[in-house]
Design a protein around this ligand. Sequence first.
Ligand code: SF4
Length: 395
Amino acid sequence: MQRATGVSGPLLARALQRVSDPAVRAVGEKIASGARLDRADGLALYRSVDLIGIGSLADAVNRSVNGDVVTFASNQHINPTNVCVLRTTCTFCGYARLPKEAGAYRYTLDQVLAEAASAADGMTREFHIVGGLDMKAGLAYYQEMFRALKANFPHVHVKALTAVEIAHIARIEKMTWRDVLIALREAGLDTMPGGGAETFSAAVRDRIAGKKLAGADYIGVHRAAHELGIRTNCTMLYGHVETLEDRMEHLQMLRDLQDETGGFLAYIPLAYHPDDNELGRELGRQGTSTGGGDDLKMLAVGRLFLDNFRHVKSHWIMVSQPVSQLSLHYGVNDLEGTVVREKIYHAVGAHTPQAMTLDGLIALIRGAGKQPAERDSFYNVLRTFESPSPEPVPA
Ligand code: SF4
């Protein structure tokens, strides 16, 4: 896939005036020359403390592609099962349970439909469905679920199952990834979320998710989806034990697949939360979180290095609403949507609300001086809201 668009010369020239670190300036001048960033450039950005300079460059690139429009979707999260065979090996996860452990659950179809029912008269346009690797949630479980959701809520898009879940279903059903995807698409799967990527580095995976689908296989499942025309998102979990080199390896793998298929819709960095999970206890980091500066840098470096992605999303559930609002000046053009009943990140200590109203999202975006717009799951703008207020509006 070709790069998303050329970068505006005047915007970039103004951004370069705000850069104080010569290393960041060199990267900015490389972008201005039309050259592609390499891993060394990405490392220079990660190592720099010139957050304003990095953010200014990312903002210039984003505004060249997306203007001042910031999009969001009205979505509803459904987590049908927290039973997971990797419960004891994904040490960063506080959500999963073993089948007979206290708190374990697996929704029946009626329970899924009851949870989805708020979409009937609300404005939900997308179900975001992810859960554990449950031996009793195979292909038939999800086919039945997707068919019923489509029958009852035909206007709602089904974004469901991470690459890790697709590979799990393939394994227990003895099918290929491709055949699982074909069967699920026939049942109603529209697109796939990007979770399960964690950090691709084998050393990191050995440490925090020893038995999880390898990074190359995560890429392989997404490639299979893209080849079938199923668009997907992608993520990176950061702020745990990964190195800056690991982050760049990860971004390189995402950019390479996007060059090959063009099938990714958005890149979404996900902040690690250390509460209520084994890794947080091992690292002695409970009660802490990734810093706002690193959160912003992750988004800005993603915007600059992933030059073939149009959309970079901030997940306010993980980094807080104030950081997400600031991120709109650090290369971000999309915010996690209204979300109903988020469970997974709150299981590991996220202190953010579990949902945000439409008015809250609009106020957050307008408060950053941006133009709010509701989008569909393919990032087509459905409606825009009033122009930004000249005065900051509390989110
Ligand atoms: S991160 Fe996913 S695969 Fe790992 S234990 Fe948690 S739910 Fe299971």
